[in-house]
Design a protein around this ligand. Structure first.
Ligand SMILES: [Zn+2]
Length: 662
């Protein structure tokens, strides 16, 4: 029997009265007031560990992508791009073939690992795995030179871990100990599925955890990595050789496929010093266990059902508290977008991205950039000289909206309708070669880091540009059908957020040309840091999750950049809206003034429900605060908020001392 396909749900809406909880007091808990209705009427879907109004759009978008991919995979006349993405999607959806193949798609790697005898062979295979996107030991990539942002250089950095943060390996609290016990059990089960006998699998699982723990101990933590100074280590190959004896890097780079180069950036030199010692000090048999695990774990979602299920059981059900695996078509649309994003992108843009959205965005972005100019001018803590430098940087911000001007050329990528792993490998090799070709070449700032259907946005400090993929230019963020106040609260705050990233604790360390250099007066830096410390302390007081395993607070320093961007974004968007609406600010729509609709529109982007497991995981790894604090943390610092809702000193949303940088 064929199951009926679930049909596309209705498109998300922007401002939604039914999402509110009018019984709540906006001055006491604005998040509850704006989102309480939505949160109680939208229980968490079984296939999600977090789901909010932001994710409603992601979910809706995945239906749009499915319609494109189903059309592209039907027999008939197709363009070359349709043919490529259609094949990719078909191969992913062909669960029968995937299941019948079992482990066979990665058997070649496992056979090679079995033959290794010497440390040099371990490294050589590691290099070839790197070129296929499997990334054992450490990361290798290409990007702008921190001090010469127009030129690309190669870079290596710490890596090689399976769990998402070094703390999982190192911390001694009850939860971390439990995660490690479950992780060892998960490795053991996967190795048994891959054909190892019980005894060997149990022994290897312990070895793998011990080895990854050594890599974790050599790694810098996430918060330290937010400071570019800690990752800024350009060196020659000779200097690298002296830093990390034990690894023949020229040989490694050759096997990775790079043409020769003289200098590179080493994100964390100490990591490589320690890795050099481990390569020769750790028995080859242990490295073989580690490599085998890296191949199996990173390929598991692409293999037969037993691997998919065990992978989900640990990484989804246990770590994130997600009850069910997502439907296969959702995983396959996401995988196609991840791997062939700019082949799917043109099809998506043509069908679903209206030209008017781009035109409206140009106007909105311009109005928010001009608000930041006025804001810089009005600061009482910044010297005139630093203000000039800040305005110079602002003037050089480039705006990218919707999709790339020039698409990647996928003509060399072959996809087949019956080879999922082969297709993913072809896409990864394509990206790897594209990257390698950039070493020593000028940076092309027209390239995008996100694909067009992505519901997200970003600021790139080395390129000093703000980027808004077509996917986010829809409700609840943006709609041509709603009043300006709601759009300013939605996409307006997002624009202000990305722009503020250029001036947060990380972005402020790059100049208008994208170079890592100090353009701040000493006292201005001091003033900035004082204000940043206020925000960091404020958010460190917020509790992400509280259960029998204890209370987990947000990390104020890890989330500082995002919180700075949220606070700055809200302020700038409000200023721009005031400028645009002028004396129309007090006119009411549906019983709310423009200021009220602005704050409600802003808050309603972040209505969400989340499992405690996922909240705990995100508090450790996510530089963004959870929805509740993106809303309540931000509005409490806004002088406009109490005016809009008539809140008084002493109310929870009106603190004694508000934190504000921009
Ligand atoms: Zn951000």
């Amino acid at each position: 029997m064929l199951l009926a396909q679930s049909s596309t749900p209705p498109a998300p809406v922007s401002f939604d009265l039914s999402a509110m909880d009018r019984s709540a007091d906006p001055c006491h808990d604005f998040y509850q007031y704006a989102c309480g209705g939505w949160r109680s009427s939208h229980s968490l879907p079984a296939d999600k560990s977090r789901f909010g109004r932001f994710d409603e759009l992601r979910e809706y978008n995945s239906y749009l992508l499915r319609s494109l991919l189903e059309d592209a995979s039907k027999p008939g006349q197709h363009s070359e791009l349709e043919h490529k993405v259609g094949n990719f999607y078909s191969a992913c959806m062909d669960e029968k073939t995937v299941d019948a193949r079992g482990l066979q798609p990665i058997q070649k790697w496992l056979d090679e690992i079995a033959t290794l005898q010497k440390p040099q062979q371990v490294l050589d295979l590691g290099a070839r795995m790197q070129a296929s996107g499997l990334r054992p030991f450490f990361g290798f990539g290409v990007g702008p030179d921190l001090h010469n942002s127009t030129r690309n250089i190669a870079g290596i950095d710490q890596g090689g871990l399976t769990l998402s943060d070094r703390d999982y390996y190192i911390k001694q609290d009850a939860k971390s100990v439990e995660v490690r016990e479950r992780y060892v059990e998960h490795i053991r089960k996967m190795l048994v599925l891959a054909g190892l006998n019980q005894e060997q699998a149990a022994a290897d699982a312990k070895t793998i955890l011990a080895l990854e723990t050594k890599l974790a101990e050599a790694s810098m933590d996430r918060t330290m990595r937010r400071d570019p100074k800690n990752l800024d280590h350009k060196m020659t190959l000779e200097q690298l050789a002296a830093q990390a004896p034990g690894i023949d890097f020229p040989r490694y780079f050759k096997l990775v496929g790079a043409q020769s180069f003289d200098e590179l950036n080493v994100g964390n030199p100490e990591f490589f010093q320690k890795l050099g010692g481990l390569v020769v000090g750790v028995p080859v048999a242990d490295w073989k266990a580690y490599l085998r695990w890296r191949v199996i774990k990173s390929s598991a979602p692409l293999l037969s059902k037993p691997f998919v299920d065990e992978n989900f059981d640990f990484s989804g059900r246990y770590l994130s508290g997600q009850k069910e695996l997502e439907a296969r078509w959702k995983r396959c649309t996401a995988l196609t977008d991840q791997n062939l994003g700019e082949a799917l992108g043109p099809l998506y843009v043509e069908k679903f991205f209206p030209k008017e959205a781009k035109e409206r965005m140009d106007v909105l972005v311009g109005s928010i950039e001009s608000a930041l100019g006025k804001d810089i001018e009005s600061l009482d803590w910044m010297s005139p000289k630093t203000k000039e430098a800040a305005k110079d940087k602002l003037g050089k911000v480039a705006n990218k909206i919707g999709y790339p001007k020039k698409w990647k050329d996928y003509s060399s990528v072959e996809t087949r309708s019956d080879d999922l792993v082969g297709n993913v490998l072809a896409a990864r090799v394509f990206e790897h070669k594209r990257d390698l070709a950039k070493i020593g070449k000028p940076v092309d700032r027209s390239e995008w880091e996100m694909t067009p259907p992505t519901v997200n946005a970003y600021y790139d400090p080395s390129e000093n540009n703000i980027n808004f993929p077509a996917g986010i230019l829809q409700p609840p963020f943006f709609s041509p059908k709603v009043d300006e106040a709601v759009n300013y609260g939605g996409i307006g705050v997002v624009i202000g957020h990305e722009l503020t990233h250029g001036f947060d604790d990380q972005g402020r360390k790059f100049d208008g040309d994208g170079n890592f250099t100090n353009w701040w007066g000493a006292d201005d830096s001091h003033q900035f840091e004082q204000r940043a410390a206020c925000l960091s302390n404020e958010y460190s007081g917020f509790i992400a999750v509280k259960d029998e395993k204890g209370e987990v607070h947000l990390k104020g320093d890890l989330t500082l950049g995002e919180n700075t961007a949220d606070n700055g974004g809200l302020k700038l968007a409000f200023m721009a809206m005031q400028q645009q609406l002028g004396d129309k600010m007090d006119a009411q729509i549906e019983g709310f003034t423009a200021a009220q609709r602005f704050f409600l529109g802003f808050a309603q982007v972040w209505c969400e429900n989340i499992t405690p497991q996922r909240a705990r995981e995100l508090a450790l790894i996510d530089p963004h605060s959870p929805g509740k604090y993106r809303v309540n943390g931000t509005v409490t610092n806004s002088p406009e908020f109490p005016k809009a809702f008539g809140c008084k000193r002493g109310d929870a949303m009106v603190p004694q001392k508000a934190c504000q940088i921009w």
